[in-house]
Design a protein around this ligand. Structure first.
Ligand code: GLC
Length: 648
């Protein structure tokens, strides 16, 4: 049962799309609500064995106990185990104990969650913005059913085209056509698959959105076409800030039509990001959204079909106010308010929401969501087929419009493990098309780390190798011993019919694509496992996430079939329920097929277009597999596109 509770006068976030019955707030007494001048708080006593799932893009394990998490979208380059905020806000959590319930706080303001923090045995939630909707899901027998109920009220997740399920290469630092040619050649020469290359900020003219540097990309339309003829897509980045420049049409249009956020004086707010001084579009206004979204047509006219939206927390390097206030010796009480904490800039600009002026700070967490929504809504009108879009910042609701990547991680084993642990939480919040920067964004990626990371990421829908400016090159072809890379990458393409089918079925059924084991198995032993995951309905993975290791412990909650793939053969081995050790060399991937299930295997290909979805081998001991199949582009994604594959 889902119940809605209203606090104050919430703004419309459209996170929830189904009507939910409103109940009296007195029914929430078990959450011990307290209101003070500056917050509404809740507190709940946790039992020793209660597990707390959820919160999407946050650091830590699948079980959120022991952590302090702050919903406040932040551009942070340093993700440590205790980093409280990342780029997204996903305020859905499930408490799994004697009492089982889910809560979603549809609140765009800053929230502090403490979950058995410092062994307090309490779940405490402090909402700074006192105007919000709270949804409670109870009367369900499991965390999994609570999550499915939740997914059913927030609407269907974004589905990109088939090519977006291929492997993508990215690097901040590709500047000119030749850099992209080299990537294509590098992958071709080493016989490695590739479906898309991301274009980072240097393709633009001075980091101006919706421009192309024609000197560095002469005849861009032909170039886009020539790559598409090879089944390779270019995916340009779009940043949230619009450069202030009197000769730049996007800027001039924005000023003329009052599309930008305003400052304390009522003028357009000025903040510095990659292009230097910029204005931020006020994505809370429908006309701004329509305008900005239509701007993507500049690139679709060149044949572009995929984008990534960045810096949309929004990220601010510094603003007109930080500079002004920090120069002053005596700071007034009012100025102190703005300078308090490092989020001061967010208190100095404003949105126009339905005619009312609203401080950005109070609605900060939906800004990136509304940018991505602007893009997605218009791309849907501009293109007659599905497109790729993924965003750095997000909020629940954004999952209907785009996928996400998890931001600026590092080339460390810790970040690989973190990627594994975060995936189910993202899926709980509707972000099925998601993944991390494979190989790590900051730092130096070793060959071993990249191979192990690829061996995990090949199971995640967004499968992209991305790294930062000035880091060591991290393209697969840059490393010695291409055979190992061929072996790992080829598995993605051999599993593509399974991955695509399981992804779309999960979307159509308001389900998760990646789940914790405990969501399927009623087995005390799996409640603490956070480094093994269920991928789709038939596969369990147990990735190797430690340096120098070719083996690891794995727990099987039922008899399964172990599959070892080395680039050619699938070696199958029946394994009994219980504890085992798995071995996988750097050129091998080991995964498991669940009891009574099947997986379809293709012959693979150099890109998704080459994969034959019809001639499939079925592995496993099940009787039939329900395969979702379409042309990879249609917007008409429906359950009728499912066919039954039977074992002969
Ligand atoms: C941000 C993004 C990163 C990108 C960089 C340059 O740090 O998170 O992916 O490469 O900006 O655009």
């Amino acid at each position: 049962m889902i119940k809605k509770f209203i606090f104050g006068k919430p703004i419309k976030t459209d996170a929830v799309v189904k009507d939910v019955e409103v109940f009296s707030n007195s029914e929430l007494s078990f959450l011990n609500e307290k209101e003070t001048d500056d917050a509404i708080s809740f507190e709940y006593d946790l039992d020793v064995d209660d597990i707390v799932y959820g919160l999407g893009e946050v650091m830590g394990s699948i079980n959120k106990r022991g952590g302090r998490y702050i919903s406040f979208n932040t551009d942070t380059p340093n993700h440590t185990p205790t980093t409280p905020s990342l780029y997204a806000t996903h305020n859905f959590l499930v408490i799994d104990g004697k009492k089982k319930f889910g809560i979603f706080l549809d609140n765009p303001g800053r929230i502090i969650f403490e979950v058995d923090y410092n062994n307090s045995k309490k779940l405490s939630i402090r909402c700074e913005n006192k105007n919000f909707n709270l949804y409670l899901i109870d009367d369900c027998d499991s965390s999994y059913s609570i999550t499915k109920e939740f997914l059913s009220i927030i609407g269907q997740s974004f589905i990109p085209p088939l090519w977006a399920f291929g492997f993508g290469q990215s690097r901040w630092g590709y500047r000119k056509k030749k850099d992209f040619d080299n990537v294509v050649k590098g992958y071709e020469k080493k016989n490695l698959p590739l479906d898309y290359i991301c274009m980072d900020i240097d393709y633009m003219n001075g980091f101006r959105d919706f421009t192309i540097n024609e000197k560095r990309f002469p005849n861009f339309k032909n170039y886009v076409k020539s790559l598409k003829d090879k089944n390779i897509h270019l995916v340009p980045i779009i940043d949230a800030g619009v450069k202030i420049d009197d000769k730049y049409s996007t800027y001039l249009e924005g000023v003329k039509n009052n599309y930008f956020c305003t400052n304390l004086e009522g003028e357009n707010f000025n903040a510095t990001v990659w292009p230097g001084p910029t204005h931020f579009p006020d994505f809370f206004k429908e006309d701004t959204r329509a305008w900005f979204g239509q701007k993507y047509k500049f690139l679709t006219d060149y044949g572009i079909e995929g984008f990534w939206n960045d810096m949309n927390e929004p990220s601010i390097f510094h603003s007109e106010y930080t500079a002004k206030f920090s120069k002053k010796k005596a700071i007034t009480k009012d100025e102190k308010y703005f300078l308090d904490g490092k989020y001061c800039e967010y208190k100095t600009f404003f949105h126009n929401i339905d005619g009312n002026t609203v401080c950005h700070y109070d609605v900060h967490n939906v800004y990136g969501y509304f940018m991505t929504r602007a893009a997605s809504e218009q791309l849907d009108k501009i293109l007659d087929k599905r497109f790729l879009l993924f965003s750095r910042s997000s909020y629940i609701g954004a999952h209907r419009y785009a996928g996400i990547w998890t931001g600026d991680n590092k080339s460390t084993w810790f970040h690989l493990k973190q990627n594994v642990m975060m995936m189910p939480s993202l899926n709980m919040c509707g972000f099925l098309y998601s993944g991390a920067d494979t190989g790590g964004f900051l730092g130096r990626c070793s060959r071993e780390l990249l191979l192990r990371w690829l061996a995990f990421s090949l199971f995640t829908p967004l499968f992209r190798d991305h790294t930062a400016l000035l880091t060591k090159h991290q393209e697969c072809y840059k490393f010695k011993g291409e055979k190992d890379f061929q072996a790992i990458l080829s598995l993605r393409y051999r599993l593509l019919p399974y991955i695509y089918s399981e992804f779309v079925k999960a979307v159509l059924n308001s389900d998760m694509y990646i789940k914790p084991l405990a969501f399927e198995y009623d087995d005390v032993n799996v409640r603490k496992i956070d480094d093994q995951l269920l991928v789709g309905d038939s596969i369990m993975v147990a990735p190797i996430v430690e340096k120098g290791k070719a083996e690891r412990n794995v727990y099987l909650p039922e008899d399964m079939i172990e599959v070892k793939y080395d680039g050619c053969d699938f070696k199958l081995n029946k394994v009994e329920k219980g504890n085992h050790i798995l071995n996988a060399n750097l050129n091998e991937v080991v995964f498991f097929i669940r009891k009574g299930k099947l997986i379809p295997i293709s012959k693979g290909g150099k890109n998704t277009a080459e994969v034959d979805f019809n001639n499939l081998e079925l592995l496993g001991d099940g009787d039939q597999y329900l395969q979702y199949i379409d042309d990879g582009y249609t917007k008409d994604v429906k359950k009728e596109n499912i066919r039954v594959l039977k074992k002969e």
